[in-house]
Write a protein that binds this ligand. Structure first.
Ligand SMILES: Nc1nc2c(c(=O)[nH]1)N(C=O)[C@@H](CNc1ccc(C(=O)N[C@@H](CCC(=O)O)C(=O)O)cc1)CN2
Ligand SMILES: Nc1nc2c(ncn2[C@@H]2O[C@H](COP(=O)(O)OP(=O)(O)OP(=O)(O)O)[C@@H](O)[C@H]2O)c(=O)[nH]1
Ligand SMILES: [Mg+2]
Length: 462
């Protein structure tokens, strides 16, 4: 395991010992203070009264003494993970005390007095990255795992934390490096006027790499959804049963339902999990011409929610002929992810024609619950990965997607260079640019400001 090249530049980081409370803010059964860096052991020894000395990866009973009275303030368990066998790759100490913020803050203050400094958000993980223990995609996955709200999100993050994305990129990079090596060798022989590789072969090799990277880039379609979730607006005319459907989908009486049209005014939102994908449902005010001021403002908000949503449910009433304004909404949704819901099918009315639209129609009764499972299934099929869910090593954030997109543009430029018969020196510049993008994906070459931006999105103590 090679330390990250940036360690040398960030020498000061490696010389400082950091401290933070790693458990969530507030009170808990146990709270953990972590120290990492060259002086972690020495500082811990100053803070703790130990019966037997700290030893690598062994839990030790310790007392914490009040610095003022020197009387015992708490009992704790301390563990030392000796460099390099620790989460950060540095000497790391964990003090598990009782989970009182007063005690934990005292420990931090004492550590500061003994020369530690407060850790920035994500700095423990940043050090794990800088020591070469994990790469950047794995560090991002640690954050995503902590932030996950569904088990499905957690599983996706866990795969990436295990290196799934890096493993997927490695062979692509290998192929690219081999091509670069052959072309570099060719340049050395240029005077002999022999091409080590015919142009057709170069193009074939570039294509192989492009195909893999294009597939990887497409995985972001699903990865983005898994990571960030989706919003779904429920729209339609007043009284068609939007709020009743919303309540069915969130499985509680969240929104007000009455027989009077124009009941919902403000947007009502609620998060649910749809097959592990976080879905923010937005119930909206029924769309109609209104002279009531509050209702009109509500309707304006409905239109904005409709425009912003990733998914749209257009609710119509079974048995009631489609109205002009409903047909217009349906038309305006062409090309977007949307479904028509014919609600109130319990009233046993005839099917209403939905006009020319090719949009899928699901019949439901928010009153009896009939068709709600079909609706969920139809929604799920709209958000499912087109390439199959089992794909491992997918792009889950914009940074990764951008790196792959830019890597691909390098390849396009390279193919153009071959077509124009440009000297291989020029072609190589494009291939190196692709290589650099792949390296930045895993963090082998990533500017400090970008690293700072990534790690600042972590929790403190992580
Ligand atoms: N108490 C505690 N729980 C924790 C963590 C921790 O640091 N402390 N973790 C994180 O915050 C996570 C666990 N992840 C970890 C990953 C690697 C290593 C580690 O020490 N790796 C070394 C040595 C492995 C070994 O001994 O075999 C290495 O990879 O070199 C520790 C924790 C979640 N739970
Ligand atoms: N029979 C039947 N009645 C329903 C169904 N869904 C809703 N309703 C009734 O229709 C009326 C309006 O329901 P809401 O859910 O408030 O309708 P809405 O679309 O949110 O109405 P606004 O907020 O005014 O736009 C209420 O009396 C509901 O009980 C259904 O599936 N079947
Ligand atoms: Mg309503």
């Amino acid at each position: 395991m090679q330390p990250h090249p940036q360690v040398a530049e960030q020498e000061s980081i490696a010389h400082e010992t950091i401290v933070a409370i790693s458990t969530p803010p507030g009170r808990g059964g146990i709270g953990i203070v972590r120290l990492s860096g060259p002086h972690a052991l020495e500082i811990a020894n100053a803070l703790l009264t130990l019966r037997s000395p700290l030893a690598h990866a062994l839990a030790r009973f310790a007392e914490i003494h009040d610095p003022e009275s020197n009387s015992k303030l708490d009992e704790a368990i301390a563990t030392w993970f000796a460099k390099p066998k620790s989460y950060t790759g540095e000497d790391l100490i964990e003090i598990a005390a009782h989970g009182s913020p007063v005690i934990l803050e005292l420990l931090v203050r004492l550590a500061l007095q003994h020369g530690a400094r407060l850790a920035r958000p994500g700095e423990f993980t940043e050090r794990a990255f800088l020591s070469g223990r994990i790469d950047l995609t794995q560090a991002e996955a640690v954050r995503d795992l902590i932030e996950s709200q569904t088990l499905y999100q957690a599983r996706t993050a866990a795969e990436q934390m295990d290196g799934a994305l890096s493993r997927r990129i490695r062979p692509v990079k290998q192929t690219l490096v081999e091509l670069i090596a052959v072309l570099e060798a060719g340049i050395d022989f240029a005077e002999d006027d022999v091409d080590l590789m015919p142009d057709a072969e170069i193009v074939t090799r570039i294509d192989t790499i492009s195909v893999d990277l294009e597939k990887l880039a497409r995985s972001f379609e699903h990865g983005r959804i898994v990571h960030s979730g989706l919003t779904m607006a429920i729209v339609g005319r007043p009284n068609v049963g939007k709020s009743s459907l919303f309540n069915r989908l969130v499985e509680r009486e969240r929104a007000i339902v009455t027989a009077t049209p124009g009941t919902t005014r403000d947007l009502v939102t609620e998060r649910v999990s749809l097959g592990g994908i976080p879905l923010e449902l937005v119930d909206t005010a029924g769309l109609r011409e209104s002279t009531d001021e509050a209702e009109s403002i509500g309707i304006q908000k409905s239109r904005e929610a409709l425009a912003d949503a990733d998914l749209v449910l257009v609710v119509i009433e079974a048995g009631v002929p489609l109205r002009e304004d409903e047909a217009q909404i349906i038309q305006s949704l062409a090309g977007r992810k949307a479904l028509i819901v014919r609600n109130k099918i319990d009233l046993d009315l005839e099917d209403n024609a939905v006009g020319e639209s090719t949009m899928a129609v699901v019949g439901t009764s928010a009153r009896t619950g009939q068709g709600i499972d079909d609706l969920r299934a139809a929604l799920l099929s709209m958000v499912r990965a087109p390439t199959g869910e089992s794909e491992s090593g997918i792009l889950t954030n914009l940074r990764q997607h951008q790196a792959v997109t830019e890597a691909l543009s390098g390849l396009v430029a390279a193919e153009e260079a071959v077509a124009r018969k440009t000297p291989h020196e020029m072609l190589l510049l494009d291939l190196y640019s692709t290589l650099r993008q792949l390296d930045s994906l895993t963090g082998e070459t990533t500017a400090d400001d970008i690293l700072n931006r990534i790690f600042s999105t972590f929790c403190i103590g992580k």
